[in-house]
Design a protein around this ligand. Structure first.
Ligand SMILES: [Zn+2]
Length: 254
């Protein structure tokens, strides 16, 4: 059985474009992706989208400031568990969740995938345990600290030991942000997550307004660019134009 990838959009967010790319004005509407990777040794989700509680009174879950900043289009059936069920995958039988980082639009679905082991960079998880860092990075423990088993990483990690699914540290957006490299039959793919919101983030080094570490962020973009030059296809984290070209589940990307 070859490695396969399913891509999902688990809701859509509208928010200030300048927040995501310094110097821009107005608003942008962008998708919230999650991915299912199936390997002979296990099922992996890379990120999990939003928590369903954000549909009603989101200020109760992620505060008034964010509720005013982000408008969510997140209907019933768009949450990660429903997207999995729609292709006959049981959310209770996901083995691993590889978390790019701990922002609400990436780990909100952890609660819907209760039996998975979380695969997170140690420095990201530690930031998620410290009150000051939680505040600074805009984390919400209610999203991620739910008692899942943990596999904490210190850098690059070969998930199944055969080089087909590899966690790549791409720190900078947050302390322990990571991307995921996949060896598909059709070639290498890198799920960049929020190291690369948009194609322009990479091409023009247009960073978001809030970054944890600018130098690390730029070094991570250099790393992704080198992989792209080597033939890998990059999947940008929130690029609406790019996502129009991505075949969504039930389509299989092999
Ligand atoms: Zn994001």
């Amino acid at each position: 059985m070859p490695l396969t990838l399913h891509a999902f959009t688990c809701g859509i967010i509208t928010g200030p474009k300048g927040h995501m790319m310094v110097g821009e004005e107005g608003e942008i509407t962008f998708p919230v992706p999650a991915y299912l990777i199936e390997h002979p040794k296990g099922r992996v989700l890379f990120d999990t989208g939003l928590h369903p509680a954000l549909r009603h009174q989101p200020e109760n879950r992620f505060g008034a400031r964010r509720a005013a900043m982000f408008k969510l289009d997140f209907p019933d059936g768009a949450e990660v568990s429903a997207r999995l069920e729609a292709i006959d995958r049981d959310p209770g039988k996901i083995d691993l969740i590889v978390a790019s980082h701990l922002h609400f639009d990436h780990c909100g679905g952890f609660a819907l995938v209760p039996n998975a082991t979380l695969v997170v960079q140690r420095r990201e998880w530690q930031a998620g345990q410290e009150a000051e860092a939680i505040e600074r990075h805009g984390f919400f423990k209610i999203d991620f600290d739910l008692g899942h088993k943990l596999r904490l990483l210190d850098g690059e990690h070969d998930v199944f030991g055969d080089g087909s699914v590899v966690c790549l540290p791409t720190h900078g957006h947050t302390p322990g942000h990571q991307s995921l490299k996949l060896k598909l039959d059709s070639g290498d793919v890198v799920l960049t997550a929020d190291c690369c919101y948009f194609c322009e983030t990479l091409k023009q080094r247009r960073l978001p307004y809030m970054v944890h570490d600018r130098e690390q962020f730029l070094a991570s973009l250099d790393k992704l660019e080198a992989l792209e030059r080597g033939g890998a296809r990059l999947y940008f984290g929130h690029d609406p134009e790019f996502w129009k070209t991505v075949p969504q589940a039930p389509a299989v990307i092999a």
